[in-house]
Design a protein around this ligand. Structure first.
Ligand code: OGA
Ligand code: MN
Length: 277
């Protein structure tokens, strides 16, 4: 039996927090104290102090609080384990888009473990390997790809797929039984498009295997409104409603930049769940 609750694995690393909360790089480690706040049913919260590089598992979402020892009142940063702060995975200059995507384009880093990533890879690779990468027509959306759809999964991978579904869709949402597996070669990329409304409902949820990539969302009626989303390897993105209907999405080619830094895109496999139209 697989567990019904998703456990969050968390390593309290100074670096992780620095990245997540965007702390100023000059902040001294010594001046910071880490606290974990966890909801415990209707009993309120418990707070525990932790040290750097402790790994723990949590069933309910926790909040990490960074307390500056020198001035506890003034400088507390916090980050919830359920969502990464939007500022970490999104680069966007347009306030409207920022607000919409903070709601409708969620990215959860480390959604799957390295072990789960290789299990998924091991299951799809023997099939994908037999296909040729296609370099499509000038008007097609995807370049340098091969793909498949899969309904039956090994027990272990079934549990991972179920976790994606449980996280992305409210209970009872009718979903496509077939999971879309898209393999983009290193040189591969996806041109701007909106998924056909005929074949897919309001939500698209995808995990990324093997490589990071940048997904760009551009407003269909105003191309100046756009955002870049960093899809780390092993992350899950959940694109819904306005992000899914009012913005095109695309996956940028290798070496495209996120926050000024080139992202080395390698071969990337996405495993995508969708709901029924
Ligand atoms: C698609 C698509 C995104 C991804 O197949 O329509 O946009 O994450 N894929 O691979
Ligand atoms: Mn798409």
């Amino acid at each position: 039996m697989t567990s019904l609750v998703t456990r969050t694995r968390l390593t309290f690393s100074f670096l992780y927090l620095k990245r997540s909360v965007g702390l100023h790089t000059s902040t001294k480690k010594k001046s910071l104290m880490l606290q974990v706040k966890q909801s415990v049913g209707n009993k309120g919260h418990i707070s525990t102090s932790v040290s750097n590089r402790t790994t723990s598992y949590f069933i309910s979402p926790v909040k990490l609080i960074y307390v500056n020892r020198n001035d506890p009142q003034k400088s507390c940063f916090s980050v919830s384990t359920q969502n990464n702060p939007v500022s970490y995975y999104m680069e966007c200059d347009d306030p409207d888009t920022k607000e919409i995507l903070a709601r409708d384009m969620q990215v959860i880093y480390d959604f799957i473990s390295e072990k789960e990533e290789s299990q998924l890879f091991d299951e799809v690779e023997p099939y994908l390997r037999r296909l040729k990468y296609e370099t499509s027509h000038w008007d097609d959306a995807i370049h340098g790809y091969r793909e498949t759809e899969r309904k039956v999964w090994s027990e272990k991978n079934k549990a991972v797929i179920q976790r994606v579904r449980d996280t992305a869709f409210p209970a009872g949402t009718p979903q496509l039984a077939y999971v879309h597996v898209l393999d983009l070669q290193k040189e591969g990329y996806i041109k701007p498009h909106v998924d056909a409304v005929k074949f897919c409902g309001n939500t698209i949820a995808g995990i990324s295997l093997l490589s990071p990539s940048i997904m760009r969302l551009v407003h269909t009626e105003d191309k100046t409104k756009f955002a870049d989303i960093l899809l780390e390897r092993r992350s899950l993105y959940i694109m819904k409603d306005s992000a899914r209907y009012d913005y095109t999405h695309e996956v940028l080619p290798d070496e495209s930049k996120f926050k000024g830094k080139p992202v080395q895109k390698d071969r990337r496999i996405s495993v995508i769940c969708r709901n029924e139209p």
